[in-house]
Ligand binder design. Structure first.
Ligand code: GDP
Ligand code: IMO
Ligand code: MG
Length: 428
């Protein structure tokens, strides 16, 4: 029974939630290992539609134990809102486990995230405003607050005091905001302690024991490769490790335990927030993709920027993650084009680049070199085998597979759990 990482191969919103949910009933543990409630996963089960932010998508599958790993940053208010919302809809959330080493997002970091963005003006990142960046910065600066700190009032107060000594200077003197109150922040965090206590576990131990016992564990990434703090389009990235290595550090298992790394990738490309995006379409074609794909953010409601499939990005994701499989999503959205352009390389100031340019300036100057594939007109949402697809759709998938360098194991043809063509079993 395998340990499988499911991650985004582009700039997020590839359909990771659906991909994980689909494995659901055959999975024993689903682990979120990075990010926080900046994520937004829509999962459609029959007539029911769920929007998950902080909880891993596996929570919707009966029998599956959801785990929030040490690499996650947890907004406790959001955690309980999300749990309450799911409980009200009849979802059993009682099995949730949370790492005692996960960091919490204190309210002052939400404030700092928003005011920093305003301060940056034209240079802003376009963050989700959830306090993600400042909380990871605190973790690295060793002034963060962890779940385990909630259970020792003296330590918690000391840590809040230590953090606010710096933060209040910044809030007041740079941003002209009110200082955060040490007691109010401490009391708010303490108010969650009793409720979170029974969920807290040594999740590294739990997961290693599960793997020893031959259980199936899925590691579900938030965000994506091109938003990864090391491998993405820095500085227009999130602040966590959304690539495969993050699954190990963010959950406390060794990399040797991972059997498969699955990259989820759209049949075209989208991006939310600022930053370079070579295949972006700022015209009617982009608008058509946005409309056909319903490309509006689950977390912030922002319209997603849309463009064609980028095989350079796919190959790069294959390389930095060691992908074993791709899950191609939203193929149905591409129905109805005479020709579908696919980016095979970049032109950077007159020089062809088949691989991702290493420096930021070159990537900002990259313009796509396209190959034009034949489109199809038939509704493919009812297709359930590869052979059901119109021949040009089959050719499109095979061409993407060839250009991307990783086999395409599953193809999404609609938002519902059932709307999928499986070519290779991801848990085999
Ligand atoms: P995630 O953040 O990677 O989990 O992706 P999001 O949930 O933010 O965005 C993906 C959107 O595409 C969601 O609304 C899904 O319901 C939808 N979706 C996923 N797979 C497919 C597919 O194959 N076809 C279509 N039409 N929609 C899909
Ligand atoms: P899922 O898991 C798409 C983007 C933000 C911004 C940048 C930094 O649903 O794929 P942050 O708030 O993380 O500091 O913002 O990252 N971003 C996402 N874009 N999908 C996501 O998550 C994202 N999470 C963050 O728009 O550009
Ligand atoms: Mg999303």
């Amino acid at each position: 029974m395998p340990a499988v990482v499911v991650l985004g191969a582009q700039w997020g919103d590839e359909g990771k939630g659906k991909a994980t949910d689909q494995l659901g009933s055959r999975v024993d543990y689903v682990v979120k290992f990075n990010g926080g409630n900046n994520a937004g996963h829509t999962v459609v089960v029959g007539d029911e539609k769920y929007a998950l932010h902080l909880l891993p998508s596996g929570i919707l599958s009966e029998g599956c134990t959801p785990v929030i790993g040490n690499g996650v940053v947890v907004d406790l208010e959001v955690l309980f809102d999300e749990l309450d919302g799911l409980t009200a809809r009849g979802v059993d959330v009682s099995k949730l486990l949370i790492s005692s080493s996960a960091h919490v997002i204190p309210s002052y970091n939400r404030t700092l995230d928003k005011v920093t963005e305003r301060f940056l003006g034209k240079r802003q990142i376009g963050t989700t405003g959830r306090g993600i960046g400042p909380t990871y910065a605190d973790k690295m600066s060793r002034v963060g607050i962890r779940i385990s700190d909630l259970f020792d009032e003296g330590i918690l107060r000391e840590k809040v005091e230590g953090a606010l000594e710096q933060k209040n200077q910044i809030l007041v003197k740079i941003y002209n905001r009110r200082a955060a109150d040490i007691d109010a922040v401490t009391d708010e965090l303490l108010s969650y302690a009793d409720r979170v206590r029974p969920m807290v576990a040594d999740t590294s131990l739990v997961l290693n024991q599960a793997l020893d016992a031959g259980k199936t564990v899925v590691y579900e990434a938030g965000q994506a490769t091109m938003l990864d703090v090391d491998h993405g389009t820095y500085p227009f990235v999130t602040s966590s490790s959304a690539t495969a290595g993050g699954a190990a550090t963010g959950s406390g298992i060794g990399p040797t335990r991972l059997d498969r790394v699955v990259g989820v990738i759209k049949a075209y490309t989208t991006r939310v927030g600022e930053g370079p995006f070579p295949t972006e379409l700022n015209d009617d074609d982009g608008e058509s993709l946005r409309k056909a794909g319903g490309e509006f953010g689950v977390t912030t409601g922002r319209p997603r920027r849309c463009g064609w499939y980028d095989a350079v990005v796919a190959r790069y994701a294959g390389r930095v993650n060691g992908l074993t499989d791709l899950v191609l999503t939203k193929l149905d959205v591409l129905t109805g084009w005479e020709k579908v352009p696919v980016c095979v390389a970049y032109d950077v100031d007159g020089v062809r680049h088949d691989e991702m340019p290493v420096d930021q300036t070159a990537f900002h100057h990259a313009t796509p070199i396209y190959e034009y594939l034949d489109g199809w007109w038939e509704d493919i949402s009812g297709c359930r085998t590869f052979e059901d697809l119109p021949v040009n759709a089959q050719r499109y998938v095979l061409a993407l597979e060839e250009m991307s360098g990783t086999r395409i194991s599953s193809i999404g043809v609609g938002p519902d759990r059932a709307a999928t063509i499986v070519r290779h079993d991801l848990l085999d």
